[in-house]
Design a protein around this ligand. Structure first.
Ligand code: GLA
Length: 388
């Protein structure tokens, strides 16, 4: 991106302008999920990778007499006078104050603080801007408190922020890949054991992120509905989670549970596809991986019913564009991004054709990004270097 000022410079400039140099800088990436959608909260398997878009937090301690303050370049400024106050759940700053609030519950506090936030992760585009924000904030606060937590503990804390503070009943995938991604690799995550197995992209392929430029609400009731359907199906099947159910068992479900049966069918087949996709990556078999991604889209569209006209159009157009090996919606669904596996030597043509085709069908200008699998969250050392 020509002339693009990196988020680390932007967060730092905002912090310096208001308060001087920060005590710590941290970054956490967004993610794109290659396959394994709506499986994480069913104790299943997912295969996401971190992307080359970061959220950066510049954080410093504040006087005890001043409120904790956050300034986001996207959302503006928010204050919290007393950290024991209830956090307003619908407010964007709940993601930030929620992290410090729950850390305090673990006996970890740096007292009053102030921070600035800059991000390149598009908000509401199914690329996990909220997990990137929470994970970057957690890394910065933990560092100032002299604590060092691993990716799993950090991700579990951030998932609790979503579940308990923001009111979004999401799974562990987004914070875990943001906190723990290995550069150059996607990760097969077992969402029960939280084991992460790095997988390389097949040689000669790249990942394209295709933004429909449609957006969803931050706390989406459809997400909670899907999760509740899965829990009802698991209860009826007498299993701890749909991870433990088998396809043939669904035949026993009564007609009045037809919706739950379809949701469960998606989850069971998606777990199988995700494990097969991880094997395909291990074998370097791009065609097999692409076919599994295509099948995943059909299942999300027809059985789980979380796609939508813009995502379906984008996936259709991707399939018809040069070099496409596989394409599907990614993330929670309804709006935001699709993901495609593309032959590297055709990637530029692919991007051009997708943009042309999508404009013709929707009248909107799609963004297409090619991303290598990026590194999970880290502290940014050498604040001075970025200040120079
Ligand atoms: C959102 C949630 C994740 C996951 C996906 C769907 O991104 O935050 O936990 O459930 O949707 O796979």
């Amino acid at each position: 991106m020509t002339g693009h000022v990196p988020p680390v410079q932007r967060a730092l400039a905002m912090h310096r302008e208001r308060w001087g140099a920060p005590d710590v800088l941290s970054r956490a990436p967004g993610r794109v999920n290659l396959i394994g959608e709506h499986t994480d909260y069913n104790d299943g398997f997912v295969l996401p990778m971190a992307i080359e878009f970061d959220t950066v937090v510049a954080l410093s301690r504040a006087q005890r007499s001043s409120p904790s303050t956050v300034i986001s370049e996207v959302f503006g400024e928010a204050l919290l006078d007393d950290e024991r106050e209830p956090i307003p759940t619908a407010h964007w700053a709940a993601y930030v104050f929620g992290v410090s609030h729950l850390l305090r519950g673990h006996g970890i506090s740096i007292g009053r603080w102030r921070c600035t936030i800059a991000t390149d992760v598009p908000v509401g585009a199914s690329l996990s801007s909220s997990a990137a924000l929470e994970v970057a904030m957690a890394r910065a606060l933990l560092h100032l408190a002299g604590e060092s937590w691993g990716a799993t503990a950090t991700a579990e804390l951030c998932q609790r922020v979503e579940n308990e503070v923001v009111g979004m009943p999401c799974g562990i995938m987004d914070p875990l890949i943001s906190a723990g991604a290995v550069p150059g690799h996607a990760s097969l995550i077992d969402c029960r054991s939280l084991d992460m197995g790095p997988r390389r992209l097949p040689d000669g392929t790249v990942i394209a992120i295709l933004d429909t430029m449609t957006r969803r609400e931050l706390v989406d009731s459809a997400y909670g509905d899907r999760r509740a359907s899965c829990e009802r199906a698991a209860r009826w099947l007498s299993v701890a989670a749909l991870r433990d159910a088998e396809l043939h068992e669904l035949e026993r479900m009564p007609a009045e549970l037809a919706v739950e049966r379809r949701r469960a069918r998606h989850v069971i087949t998606e777990n199988e596809r995700t494990l097969a996709a991880a094997d395909a990556m291990e074998a370097g078999d791009a065609e097999a991986l692409g076919a599994l991604m295509n099948a995943g889209h059909v299942s999300l569209r027809d059985d789980y019913e979380v796609s939508g006209p813009a995502l379906d159009a984008m996936v259709r157009i991707a399939h018809a564009s040069p070099g496409c090996i596989g394409a599907r919606m990614t993330g929670g669904g309804f709006a935001g991004c699709a993901v495609a596996l593309v032959a590297a030597d055709a990637a530029d043509d692919f991007a051009g054709e997708v943009q042309k085709g999508y404009r013709a069908v929707s009248g909107r200008d799609a963004s297409v990004w090619l991303s290598l699998p990026a590194e999970g969250a880290s502290l940014i050392d050498s604040i001075e270097r970025h200040t120079a």
